[in-house]
Design a protein around this ligand. Sequence first.
Ligand SMILES: *Cc1c(COP(=O)(O)O)cnc(C)c1O
Length: 381
Amino acid sequence: MRNIPYGRQQIDQDDIDAVIETLKSDFLTQGPKIEEFEKAFAKYVDVKYAVAVSNATAGLHIANMALSVKEGDRVITTPITFAASANASRYCGAEVWFADIDPDTYLLDINAVKKLIESKPKGFFKGIIPVDFAGLPVNLESFRSLADQHGLWIIEDAAHAPGGSFIDSKEQVNKCGNGKYADCAVFSFHPVKHIACGEGGMVTTNDEEIYNNLKLYRSHGITKDNMSEDPGGWYYEMQTLGYNYRLTDMQAALGLSQLKKNIEGVARRNEIANRYKEAFQNTAIKFQSLPDGALNAHHLFVIEVENRKGLYDSLRANNIFAQIHYIPVHTLPYYKEIGYGDADLSKAENYYNHCISLPMYPSLTDEEQNYVIKKVLVFHG
Ligand SMILES: *Cc1c(COP(=O)(O)O)cnc(C)c1O
């Protein structure tokens, strides 16, 4: 049997053809595929605006910039995420404080966030960055009302969740990244995520001003719109200090072709999740709970077990490359040394001691999954 990783991309002939077609076209970058991809993605997640970027970390950076995050601001995020969720605010000079997770959903616990905010004077914090961890959507309606009470912005880190959704109190389905409750959302097109561009990302928003700023920061702060003068066709203005965070047309062509498969991909991921749940339901193995009405996009399938290191090593010995998501960000040496706040993060730390992500990707066969299940149960049943 081939090695079984925890996640992998699926590249079919139509993906390859799409990239080759772009290679033969007039534009390798800054061409028509970018806008086509942005429009298709915006439609997919039910949002007004989408801005394609070179990766989700760049997307998080310009999302912070578009929300005017600056030196000395304080933001709150979850410790159970990839470091980039926190790092992007650091690029803008902000302090990153952590609040604990809910031990059942593994998501940022709104009560812990509330407690942290209320323990400080008014205006102490500026924003919240909740993460749709493993693909499970955060209930942003609740976070929005908390944020509004305290004048905070929200950036949804939806890197794990294209195609996920939750139902709000009005019984409306809210797709991750739809911008109804968050100011903006960020997606990743790294190959372990749902949509593979090699590298790539997308920022979504319903706010026109944020959208215009995202476009400026993506491309050096240079624009041909809203200029102070217009002496001729060559003229452009650099209106602010931006970056080169652009996606190429080859990547956008691949992204477009990958996006078309994501509905099917998320359905298959849920099929795989249900097979795992069925196999582990009467054992001591614990898995992420699913709130009523939520659709988990399942970037990951995480279980919690007593002897995690033992299971990790035993699966490796059987060519199953399970992974750990994540080492809590506040325990990484860089953040440990800074040591923002003193919130109780024991649930995140306890989760980390037991979690392991099993193989989860649409092309995982039933036979491969049965093999994984068997090896997990042999060790842990
Ligand atoms: C992968 C990931 C990112 C960063 O994505 P890149 O596209 O690799 O920059 C950010 N946040 C989370 C939660 C991620 O999993």
